[in-house]
Every structure is written in C-alpha cells, then in structure tokens.
Design a protein around this ligand. Structure first.
Ligand SMILES: Nc1ncnc2c1ncn2[C@@H]1O[C@H](COP(=O)(O)OP(=O)(O)OP(=O)(O)O)[C@@H](O)[C@H]1O
Ligand SMILES: [Mg+2]
Length: 393
C-alpha cells in the first residue's frame, strides 16, 4: 500500500497483481521464496512449502520444510519483507513513514508480540497495530456514501435509519477464517465490544465444497480418471492437481457473479458443469453457521440488530451470494458489502477514524491508540496472511 502525494491510498502491484500469495516455499539454496515463484515451486515440491504462515506463526515456533527447520517468524517475515521491498522500489527507495499492521481482534498480547517480532525481522520497526474490524469500520465510515447496499432480496425498509455514530457490526469472511465484531464509537475511534470468530472456516472451505461437487460428478461418470489423477505421484500429475485447485478457486469466485461454471478435469473428454444453485445449496449450511456467529456477537454486545448503525461485510469471500441474503434474513438488516471487500481492512488501516458527530471540526483524534498520520511516502498495511488466497498490502 502506498500513500500518494495527494494523500490517496493506492495498492502496490506485485507481479501485476494487487495481491501477494502468503504461501512461502524453500528453494534449493535454502532461500525462502514468496509470490509466484513460491506457488510454482510448491506445486512441484509441496513438502517444502508452508501454505499458512500466519496460522503456523501462532501455533509453533518452527516448521519442517523438507528436512530443514525454519522459524515461523521467518516465514511470515519473508512475505512482509517482499511486500516492503516492492513498495520501497516504487517509492524511490524511501523507507515507510508509517507501518500499520492489522490483526484479528481477538489476538492475545503474546500474539501481538509475535507480530511485532515478525515486522522487525522484515526490517519494519515500530509498527502500529490495529484490529481488523476497527480498520473495516474506518473504511466503511469513510466510504459510507459510496457504499451501495448489497444486492439482495430483502426489503430495504427492513434497514434501520443510517446512524453514522451507531455501533457497527463487522462480518469478515476471508480465506481461512471468519471473524465477527461489534464496535462502538468512542471518543474519536472505534472500540470492539464483542468479538467472535471461527479460525477453521473460510473461503477455502467453499473451494472444498465445490471440489466435492466436482468429485461426485466425476466419480458418477467414470471413477477411473479421477482416481488416477489423485493417486499418481509423478510431478506432471502434481502439476495437474495444482492447476485444478487454482481453477476451482477461480470458478468459485466467478460463481459470485455468474450462474454456471465449466471445469475441465484431466482424463475426461468434456468439462463438468456446475450450476450456481447447486453450489449455493452446498455452501448455505456452513455460511448460515457463520452468520449465526454474527448474531451471537451482536447479542453479546447487548444490542439488537435494529440498534446497529450498520452491518458491514468484508473479506473477499463475503461476496459469495448467500452471505448477504443470510445476514438480511437472520438480522433483518440489509448489510453493506464493502466497496472493495478484499481490501477494506488494508485500506481502512490507512484511513483516519471519522470525527465524532459532536466534535465539530476536531481533527487528529485517534482514540484507538493509533498515532497521527505520518508524513512518509508509503505505508505497509496488513499482516502476513494465510492462504492460497493472498496477502493484501
Ligand atoms: N468474488 C469472490 N467471490 C467469492 N469468494 C471470493 C471472491 N474473490 C475472492 N474470494 C475468496 O476470498 C478468500 C480470500 O479472502 P481475503 O483476501 O479477504 O482473505 P484473507 O484476509 O487473505 O484471509 P483471512 O482473513 O482468512 O486470514 C479466498 O478464499 C478467495 O478465493
Ligand atoms: Mg482477512
């Protein structure tokens, strides 16, 4: 993420993409590869790859990649350092004016210490830390007029009147986790008053649901080629499996905007057709459970849905069609799908909180503990994420 001269925030593209995969892979010389090079090598040598550096960081101090022990802080630092290096290169080699790292709201002080250690190993000293839902709420507040209500079937009259100072509920469905929070305006910022999440449910489970639909279809038609594809230890077969996994993810994402996807599987003469309706039916139970978390978080905050100023959806997987419908049905509120759900947290991390309604022209209020905006030319936002999906910077 860089801050342009006029103060606008822009993503730094890495390898022609706004998103950098968080997977890390050890090469023949013992270096930690990131980005596409890591993805390509991991397809051939999965035993050398760590798919989820963030999860590994919190669970253990080291992992075995092939036969070499690698500190998990180094894995996460490799991703952050890559992003920082690319940002520096685009800003004439200057150092960042601020470093803001976002983190799940329920991370413990020990987890946050690990994050600061990672930043240090990546050469990013003294990072500011900001809970992700706080960043999402800041982004929402800054974009409130631009945000269109999610295109869902619920009656718009079910929405409570917009209240810029009302509590905000955040539902964040990412690649590996779902997190919900309720935030209250306090002073010049937001404070999380209730938080809940499922560290084991995210977009990759939706990939898995689509995979299972495809598998059942293939096995019904002819089990031979499918079984061969998954049993074959040859590198060519590993490559085909990795390619199929990538295509499944893309197909899943396009099912958020198109009705049907076609998936070619090696060994089958025709592509398999998956209809949006069957995919939605397959994922609705798990998504319903995730929206149940949001309901419970609102209740734990001592609020009814009608008392919320807004319900904000972020995380790229929250684009999955049933999500907005389920939130509307369960909470009776039309949610706001963040303008750029994948980037909402990172962009919000670089957005100042709105001034309170009764604060007149007060500025520079940062009740969340964040210092005033720096004058430096670029800023890193976000922590080393899990996934297959990507680290957003
Ligand atoms: N248009 C889309 N429709 C549905 N899912 C999508 C879409 N675009 C991306 N995704 C999915 O969103 C997930 C990534 O979301 P995001 O980038 O918000 O996660 P993350 O912040 O990296 O992960 P986490 O928050 O779990 O640590 C992936 O599973 C990806 O396939
Ligand atoms: Mg996320």
């Amino acid at each position: 993420m860089r801050v342009e001269p006029a103060g606008a925030v822009a993503a730094v593209e890495i390898e022609n993409s706004r998103y950098l995969p968080s997977l890390v892979c050890l090469d023949d010389d013992g270096r930690l590869l990131t980005g596409r090079a890591a993805v390509q090598l991991a397809a051939q040598r999965p035993e050398r790859a760590e798919q989820h550096p963030k999860r590994a960081l919190l669970r253990q101090s080291a992992v075995l990649l092939d036969d070499r022990e690698v500190a998990t802080a180094d894995l996460a630092a490799a991703v952050l350092a890559r992003a920082a290096e690319e940002a520096r290169a685009r800003c004439g080699g200057t150092d960042p004016g601020r470093v803001v790292l976002t983190h799940p709201a329920d991370w413990s002080p020990g987890d946050l210490d690990r994050l600061v250690e990672v930043a240090g190993r990546a050469g990013l000293d003294a990072p500011e830390l900001l809970p992700e839902p706080v960043a999402a709420a800041r982004f929402h507040a800054a974009n409130i007029s631009a945000n269109a209500s999610a295109n869902i079937s619920a009656d718009a009259s079910a929405n409570a009147p917009a209240d810029g100072d009302g509590p905000i509920a955040v539902y964040d469905l990412g690649g590996g986790t779902v997190d919900t929070a309720v935030l209250r305006r306090e002073g010049g910022g937001y404070r999380a008053v209730a938080v809940a999440g499922d560290p084991d449910f995210g977009g990759r489970d939706l990939d898995q649901a689509l995979f299972e639909l495809l598998r059942d279809r293939a096995l019904d038609l002819d089990p031979g080629p499918w079984q061969q594809l998954w049993a074959d230890p040859a590198p060519a077969a590993a490559h085909q499996r990795a390619q199929l996994a990538r295509e499944l993810t893309l197909a899943k994402e396009s099912l958020s905007s198109t009705g049907t996807v076609y998936l070619a599987v090696p060994g089958y003469p025709e592509p398999f057709v998956v209809q949006g309706g069957e995919y939605r039916a397959a994922v609705t139970p798990a998504l319903t459970a995730s929206v149940g978390l949001l309901e419970r978080t609102v209740a734990r905050a001592g609020l009814t849905p009608a008392e919320l100023g807004a319900v904000v959806l972020c995380g790229a997987a929250s684009r999955t069609p049933p999500v907005a419908d389920l939130v509307a049905a369960r909470l009776g509120r039309i949610p706001d799908l963040a303008a750029d759900p994948k980037a909402a947290v990172a962009l919000g991390a670089l957005t100042d909180p709105p001034a309170p309604a009764d604060a007149g022209t007060a500025t520079g209020i940062h009740a969340e503990g964040a210092p005033e905006a720096g004058s430096g030319r670029w800023t890193v936002a976000h922590y080393p994420d899990e996934v297959d999906p990507e680290l957003w910077l």
